[in-house]
Design a protein around this ligand. Structure first.
Ligand code: FPP
Ligand code: MG
Length: 299
């Protein structure tokens, strides 16, 4: 099975570091759904070179989440305590650095176009994270800015996964890059919707943490646009504060009342449609499935 093979390669790369602390810390991290790998393999087909590239991309993804949880001060990741919660920020940052550096060492064995694509996307996702942090300093009402941040923070590595799959298979990489980019934006919008619609049990982290972390995701931008003056003031007062059950209920009620959830899902579906449009004629049924799995998901 592809997933277990990717995990084995990740373990092999970590074992190469020959350091007990790193092995122990890495052992405490849990891997997610490996959507980027599924996408890459759906384009490239399954073979060793592709699976090893997936392991590299998953190491980068894990590194970015280790750092993100420090930045967001998050205590939970994938239904378990985050590494920063278990071992402190310093260890989480340093493990992230090792995963990231080891991934780049392994990447250096790949052809230039693949190495460039991955390294460029990591630069973009780091810039996206900075944008995210800066935007959280005040209530962002600018939808274009939010979408640009999603493109950098999330879509960059997803676009690269599709592009690298195409480069490995000798397909038109530009088409697949556009596909991955649109899919990545749709994915982040759905992620932001699920933060509101799902409970913490399903999410594996506290529900509605985005808004208390200062992130005005698409549903909140719609709510700000549509609310009356009194509701706007209430919304602004709740921004970036620890939310009580009553505040969560108020936010959910108004987000649904003004169709902010439904319209955000519609926006994600528009991006998903653009994704599929860009690979029309590529005759790959898996790619439709990847879009469905990323968009019609519940966590
Ligand atoms: C999750 O966002 C975070 C990202 C998609 C990117 C994080 C990128 C960095 C920290 C840059 C550093 C990169 C490396 C490789 C060391 P989120 O907080 O919206 O999602 P969440 O709810 O899953 O936490
Ligand atoms: Mg986060």
């Amino acid at each position: 099975m592809a997933r277990s093979q990717i995990l084995r390669y990740m373990q092999e790369y970590i074992a190469d570091c020959r350091n007990e602390i790193i092995s122990e810390l890495f052992g405490k991290t849990s891997q997610g759904k490996m959507l980027r790998s599924k996408l890459l393999l759906a384009v490239s087909g399954i073979h060793e070179k592709a699976l090893r590239l997936c392991a590299i991309i998953e190491l980068i993804q894990s590194a970015s989440l280790l750092h993100d949880d420090v930045i967001d001060n998050a205590n939970m990741r994938r239904k378990s305590p985050s590494l920063n919660a278990l071992f402190g920020n310093k260890n989480a940052i340093m493990l992230g650095d090792v995963l990231y550096a080891k991934a780049f060492f392994e990447l250096s064995a790949y052809e230039n176009a693949i190495a460039k694509s991955v390294s460029d996307s990591v630069c973009r996702l780091a810039i996206g994270e900075i944008e995210d942090v800066f935007m959280a300093q005040s209530f962002n009402t600018n939808m274009t800015r939010y979408l640009q941040m999603c493109e950098l923070k999330t879509a960059a590595l997803i676009a690269t996964s599709a592009e690298c799959g195409a480069l490995l298979a000798g397909l038109d990489s530009q088409k697949y890059r556009v596909y991955g980019n649109n899919l990545g934006i749709a994915f982040q919008i759905i992620d932001d919707v699920l933060d509101i619609t799902q409970d913490s049990e399903v999410l594996g982290k506290p529900a509605m943490s985005d808004f208390s972390e200062g992130k005005t995701t698409l549903p909140y931008i719609y709510l700000y646009e549509r609310a009356n003056e009194a509701q706007r003031q209430e919304l602004l007062a709740l921004f970036c504060t620890p939310l009580s059950q009553d505040s969560i209920a108020w936010l959910r009620e108004h987000l649904y009342m003004y169709d902010c959830i439904q319209d955000s899902i519609t926006k994600a579906r528009e991006y998903a449609f653009c994704a599929l449009d860009s690979i029309q004629g590529e005759n790959n049924a898996h790619l439709q499935e990847v879009v469905n799995n990323m968009i019609e998901r519940e966590f």
